[in-house]
Design a protein around this ligand. Sequence first.
Ligand code: PMP
Length: 403
Amino acid sequence: MFDIEAIRSDFPALNHHQQQGIVYLDSAATSQKPQCVIDAVSHFYENGNANVHRGAHRLSSDATKCYEQSRAKVAQFINCHANELVWTKGATEAINLVAYGLTPLVGKDEVILISELEHHANIVPWQQLAKRSGASLRAIPVDVDGIINTEQALELIKELKPKVLAISHASNALGNIQQVETLIKAAKAYDAFTLVDGAQSLLHLRPDVKALDCDFFVFSAHKCLGPTGIGGLYGRYPCLEALEVFQTGGEMVTKVSIEQAEFNPPPGKFETGTPNIAGVVGFGAAIDYLSTLDMEQVREHEMQLFTYLHQQLAQFSQVRILGDLNNNIGTISFVVSGEHPYDLATLMDMEGIALRHGHHCAQPLMAALGVNGTVRVSLAFYNNQADVDAFIAALANTLEMIA
Ligand code: PMP
C-alpha cells in the first residue's frame, strides 16, 4: 500500500515546512531529501571520510567501495553497466561534457537538432558546439500550448538528417513527456548521436536507458532525492570511448610525461580531480530509498494529485494552463492574464506556497508561447491532497486580492 503519511514522515524538511506554514510545490527545481540520504552523507563524513581511488589505507578503500557501490546501484536503476556511468556535477555538466566531446565528430555541414522546449542547459552547450564545428543548430517547434507534434518532428528529422538529436524526456517548464523513443529511432536511421535530458524524468518515470535506446542520458541527483552537486551521464560504451575528453588532470590518466598523457578508459577518462564522494554516497542512499517504493503506485498517486490539481485550477477563468496535461510528470505551468508571474509567486509566498515563476531557464519556449514567464507548480510523490488544497485556497485569495 502507498502510505502517503508514512512517506511524508521520511522527509524531515516537509515536517519543518509544515511547522512554518509552508507548502513545497517546487520539486522540479529540486526535490526534498529523505532522512536516509541526509544520514548517509553525514555518516560518510563522521565515520569514513577519505579520498577515493588512492591510498592503501583502509579508509580510502572503504570510501572507494561505497563510491563504486553507488555507481553500480544507479547503473542498475537506469539499466546500464557501471562502466557506462560517469559521475558529473549534474545534468548541465553532463551535457557540456557530451557537447564538447563530440567536437571532432560533428562536421560543418551537419545539423544538431534540439527542441524549442529545452532547458538552457540543453541549448547553450549545443550552440557552443555549433560555433566550434560550424554545424547548424535547429529546433523542433512546439505548438501554441508548448507541445511537440511527434509527426511534425519526424518529418523534420527526415528532412534534416541530424548528426545529433538532444531532447528532454520531460519539460521542466511544462511537465510534458516527449515521445523520445520514437524520435530517437527516427534519428538513428541517419546515424545520429542521441542524447536524452533526463533531469526531470528520473524521479517520475524511472527511465530505462536501454529501452530508450539513446546514446547518452543525463541527470541530476538533487532532482531525484539526492544531494546537490552530483549527477551523471550514461553513455553507450563505444560512444563514451568516441568522445574527446572534457576536463583533464589527475585521476583520469594512466601515464603522464611532460609532453603527453594517456587516458583511462571510460568512465574514468571523464572523472578528473577529487569527486563529490559524499554526494555519490548520498545519491546511492536515495536510489536505495526509491527502490523500496512501488513505481506504479508512486505514478498513480502523482497522477491522481495532478488531475485533481488541474481540475481545480481550471475553475479560475482568468487562468491559462499551458503544456500537455495528458502526458505529464506532474508539473503545471500557468499564466493569469494581466498579472506578472513574479507578482503572483510573491503573493503566493505570502500565503505560504512555495512555487517557481519566470522563464524556467527556457526562454525560447517562453518566446514560442508568447509569454514572458509562467507560474509553475511541480508535484512529487511526497505531496498530498492537502498541499493542492492549500495551493488552490491561496490562489483564490490572491486572485481576489488583485481583482
Ligand atoms: N535539464 C532540465 C530539463 C532541467 O530541469 C534542469 C534543471 N532545472 C537541467 C537540465 C539542469 O540541471 P542542473 O541545474 O541540476 O545541472
